[in-house]
Design a protein around this ligand. Structure first.
Ligand code: ADP
Ligand code: MG
Length: 697
């Protein structure tokens, strides 16, 4: 996304390539010094020996010990890069980019040359690249076209304790690959002691511990339940800042962007009213933040002042802020969780686990004794928090991963070596979802359509939309819509100018569809020369638009590789709505009242989002499909909506809908769905029994 873009441009030509020679030398010198003080530094030879003697190694070390930035360089210096790329996976995009920047600077090379990174829709590597940071999703996709990962001599699976869905799947893939490629070095790194489990999983491989250099952290729990964690955090920060005599920075663990912004603003306004208070540098960090601002968290606060970094759980282990002495922990984070009621993933506010809470506290004791203020009671910590995080694989929709695994030839998902297998009903649900879209056949086998869908790095419904666009002769338009859906919202509403922004936006609206509205905006953007000024004038985020154009050209390349034609339907936009329907017919709703709908499959009530083109123009079609549901705490809102014809639903989703007196017969649909589910479950059971038989033998 654009944040990453900003990051790149602000960092790429950072102090390495510009700046005065003396400054540059000074900075290089201090970086070289800093590298030597990292706990991993003294372990270099021991680590290289374990790696030489073992194919797979687990390395454990406190956050900030140098695992992410140093291991790749050590392997490179040792000569492993002569045999292939040294790859390092990260669960978070921001971490991949930030760390690649840092390592390029440490090695005094230009980012994208010897040291590069790759995240979805953004490959910043070249033939010269020997150290490559990437998201775990990228390596997973690469294994599709290169199952033996021939390009790599070493793969570091970093941040394994995060247990991201893609890392978990990579575990299984690399475990199988290890026997085929005895020359491939595999390193799994973790910041926590769950490492034994990783070692066990890979066949009792050695665990190497980087001795920690941590200082005691005093932990203070709240005496009573904190009603408002934002307010609680603000007060705690001010108290520390005003009363603590010991210098040192403050790190606040907040939940997400919105809460972080409010926290920062409130701290700033309260501080302004206090006379004689010392200055406090207030720095937010979250993934959508413009990236020059992200880089700021690494800069030391000016002499005599203090900084407070207000972060999501990205600062738990992915990024290390030096100089932190005080931690304020709200005890919450946002987690992507599958919600069976609405049948999809949603970001939910959840209490953190005890393991996360300890990690957070540990951030205060890196350079000296520290303090951690928990905005929850001791009772809540010991009785209400789970000991460890629930792995993502056990709580989210697996559609994309199931499709990838099927394309990798894993026909029976129950035999796949998952470290913690997902609940079987999640697998069955995801398989059902893929079957609706035609990616799997009734026996759970990958279809031709499914094979083609898997070549796009997109959620299955969006890949399905591209393929439907091709079938209906509107792939040109559909690929634009998919690109626009793949970047953060491009609409800007500057504070104080909301009405003006809304008025401009209204001119773009296409009454029957938010998807077509996005298409319309992109077409106007292009016909106006893709100019930033044009975007600014129309309250559109120019970086977002540029990113959408980039994503589009990459998707078009992928289509061409598949031999797909880029065909335009001209002004026959109804056809596009039908292609949209083909992607989302399983997310359809029927009107009950003005702006008021009921989901055709779950019968849950849902509403047109106020920002929808349909709501804006007061258009209430009988049937709609939607991109996603957003729950605001009181109501379920449909986000990105398109009006559809009932006969399309019947034609494209015959497993759900039949046209009966112009209506869908829900009973019939439910019966059918029940039947299909039974069939899948049966197959699932059979496979399970087979596995048990095998194990018994
Ligand atoms: P680990 O992976 O073990 O948590 P890292 O290799 O990420 O440790 O970090 C080692 C050191 O490098 C830390 O002191 C951290 O602050 C510093 N560092 C990492 N990235 C950056 C960056 N982008 N700018 C400045 N310092 C950084
Ligand atoms: Mg790290």
């Amino acid at each position: 996304s654009n944040d990453v873009d900003d990051y790149k441009s602000s960092m790429r030509y950072g102090n390495v390539l510009t700046g005065k020679a003396s400054e540059r030398e000074e900075r290089q010198h201090s970086i070289a010094q800093q590298r030597k003080t990292l706990p991993i530094y003294g372990m270099k030879n021991d680590i290289l020996r374990v790696v030489r003697e073992n194919q797979i190694v687990v390395i454990v070390g406190e956050t900030g010990s140098g695992k992410t930035t140093q291991l790749t360089q050590y392997l490179h210096e040792e000569g492993y890069s002569k045999r292939g790329i040294i790859g390092c996976t990260q669960p978070r995009r921001v971490a991949a980019v930030s760390v690649a920047n840092r390592v390029a600077e440490e090695m005094q090379v230009e980012l994208g040359k010897e040291v590069g990174y790759a995240i979805r829709f953004e490959d910043f590597t070249c033939e010269k690249t020997v150290i490559k940071y990437m998201t775990d999703g990228i390596l997973l996709r690469e294994s599709l076209s290169d199952p033996d990962l021939e390009k790599y001599s070493c793969v570091i699976m970093d941040e394994a304790h995060e247990r991201s869905l893609n890392t978990d799947v990579l575990f299984g893939i690399l475990k199988q690959l290890a026997s085929r490629r005895s020359d491939l070095k595999i390193i799994v790194t973790s910041a926590t002691l769950e490492s034994e489990k990783f070692a066990e999983f890979f066949g009792r491989v050695p665990v190497f511990r980087i001795p920690g250099r941590t200082y005691p952290v005093d932990i203070f729990h709240s005496k009573s339940v904190v009603e408002d964690y934002v307010e609680g955090a603000v007060r705690q920060v001010l108290q520390i800042h005003l009363q603590a005599t010991v210098p040192g920075d403050i790190l606040v663990f907040m939940t997400g962007q919105e809460d972080i912004e409010v926290t920062c603003e409130t701290i700033a306004t309260r501080l302004e009213k206090l006379e004689g208070a010392k200055p406090l540098l207030i720095l937010p960090i979250y993934s959508q933040l413009a990236s020059d601002l992200q880089a700021k968290i690494f800069e030391p606060a000016p002499e005599g002042t203090r900084k407070v970094v207000v972060a999501t759980n990205i600062a738990e282990t992915s990024l290390t802020v030096d100089g932190v002495k005080y931690v304020v922990d709200t005890g919450f984070c946002k987690l992507k969780t599958y919600n069976p009621r609405i049948g999809m993933d949603a970001l939910l506010l959840c209490p953190v686990s005890q393991a996360s809470a300890s990690q957070r506290a540990g951030r205060a004791g890196r350079t000296g004794p520290g303090r951690c203020y928990r905005l929850y009671t001791e009772y809540a910590f010991s009785h209400e928090m789970l000991p460890a995080n629930v792995p993502e694989i056990q709580r989210t929709n697996l559609g994309h991963v199931v499709l990838l695994l099927k394309s990798l030839g894993v026909s029976d998902l129950l035999h796949f070596p998952f470290m913690d297998p997902p609940p079987p009903e999640n697998i069955v649900k995801s398989m059902l979802g893929l079957w609706f879209l035609g990616a799997l056949d009734g026996g759970g086998r990958l279809t031709d359509l499914g094979k083609r869908m898997s070549s796009f790095p997109l959620d299955p419904p969006l890949s399905a939309m591209i393929l439907a666009g091709e079938r209906f002769g509107c792939s040109d338009e559909v690929v634009t819509i998919v690109s626009m859906l793949s970047v953060p919202s491009i609409f800007i509403r500057p504070p104080g100018r909301e009405e003006e922004a809304d008025a401009v936006r209204e001119k773009f609206l296409v009454p029957e569809s938010d998807h077509l509205t996005l298409l319309h905006i992109f077409q106007r953007y292009r016909s106006n020369g893709c100019r930033a000024e044009w975007c600014n004038k129309h309250f559109l985020n120019s970086k977002g638009m540029r990113k959408a154009a980039e994503v589009r050209s990459q998707l078009v390349d992928l289509m061409k590789e598949q031999g797909m034609e880029l065909a335009s339907c001209g002004l026959k936009w109804d056809i596009i709505r039908k292609a949209i329907c083909a992607a989302y017919f399983h997310q359809a709703a029927r009107m009950k009242g003005i702006g008021d709908y009921v989901n055709l499959r779950t019968s849950v009530q849902c509403y047109l989002h106020p920002s929808s083109a349909l709501a804006g123009l007061g258009y209430n079609p009988e049937y709609v499909v939607y991109h996603e549901l957003v729950y605001t705490g009181t109501k379920e809102y449909m986000h990105c909506v398109t009006a559809v014809e009932p006969q399309w639903l019947a034609e494209l989703g015959p497993m759900f809908f039949t046209l009966k007196e112009g209506n869908t017969s829900r009973l019939e649909k439910q019966r059918q769905e029940q039947q299909d589910r039974l069939l899948m479950e049966q197959q699932h059971e059979e496979a399970k029994r087979e596995k048990e038989r095998e194990q018994a033998m």
